[in-house]
Design a protein around this ligand. Structure first.
Ligand SMILES: [Fe+2]
Ligand SMILES: [Fe+2]
Length: 277
């Protein structure tokens, strides 16, 4: 199966005129046969606008994946349902949990799902919630919950389940999408809160496959420590990943490091970036 992957929402824009950036992520997955699938929806400020600018008709999409319940991936779901009709929404049952970022200043910001399950269902969303590895369309599978195995993938230290700072949120609902292509597996990441090495290891364990052709999306390396960055770069080289199309929460420093270490493989996946594979 062949796929065209197009970034619809991302923090920065590429050269397509009139597209807009926001802190968020969304990618449209169009297989050579069958229906397109939308992976994440951004915050909701740019999805419909950017899709129009790129001539992508989201009313043809009937399956949506929400990688995890953060506002910058799920906020576009309600406007999408309102404008483009009912959708089947594939996600982890934990997406509706309350969640917060506590800054160094002590400020506490809600960063969870901005709309309730009732609101989304009333607008035409039907939720298929599971923690398990599963196929969501031909050639497309979700990782399910990714076990935290590595000691060095300590993740984002600013995320909590409430504002007391006691209840750490390691975002267990985080899932990635696996595409089976002729060149190998392509892994689409939302924020990859589980860590890229944990995620790729989990995929290999489930599928028995180590041929990761590309990773595309948010790596969250911009919110992680130096050791996690170093060991993730080594792991990507070790796996022989041929395309690292980083987006969103990868950030400038980690992107620069990846670009220097993997100059042939690294690309910035901005709004409008397309990978055909
Ligand atoms: Fe994010
Ligand atoms: Fe996130």
């Amino acid at each position: 199966m062949k796929f065209r992957i197009t970034i619809l929402c991302e923090n920065s824009v590429g050269p397509i005129s009139g597209t807009l950036g926001e802190h968020g992520f969304s990618a449209l997955i169009e297989p050579s046969q069958g229906e397109p699938l939308l992976f994440d929806t951004g915050q909701g400020l740019t999805l419909l606008h950017n899709a129009r600018r790129m001539n992508r008709d989201l009313s043809k999409v009937h399956n949506v994946v929400i990688s995890h319940g953060h506002y910058d991936h799920a906020g576009g779901l309600l406007p999408l349902l309102a404008e483009c009709g009912p959708k089947q929404v594939h996600a982890h049952p934990g997406i509706f949990a309350p969640r917060f970022r506590i800054r160094d200043t002590g400020e506490c910001h809600p960063i969870g799902m901005p709309h309730s399950r009732d609101q989304l269902e009333a607008a035409g969303g039907t939720f298929e919630l599971s923690k398990e590895f599963r196929q969501v369309a031909p050639g497309m599978s979700l990782t399910g919950e990714v076990p935290r195995v590595t000691a060095f993938e300590t993740g984002d230290q600013g995320l909590y389940c409430d504002c007391t700072g006691q209840d750490v949120d390691n975002t267990p609902d985080d899932q990635s999408l696996i595409l089976e292509t002729g060149r190998g597996l392509v892994v689409i990441l939302g924020c990859c809160h589980a860590g890229l090495v944990n995620t790729l290891g989990h995929i290999a364990g489930l599928s028995g496959r180590h041929d990761i052709y590309a990773v595309v999306g948010g790596t969250h390396l911009g919110f992680c420590g130096q050791e996690q960055l170093e060991r993730t770069v080594s792991a990507l080289k070790g796996w022989g990943v041929q395309k690292v199309a980083a987006s969103h929460c990868t950030g400038f420093a980690a992107s620069a490091r990846l670009s220097r270490e993997m100059p042939k493989e690294f690309q910035l996946a901005l709004v409008g970036y397309t990978l055909e594979v």
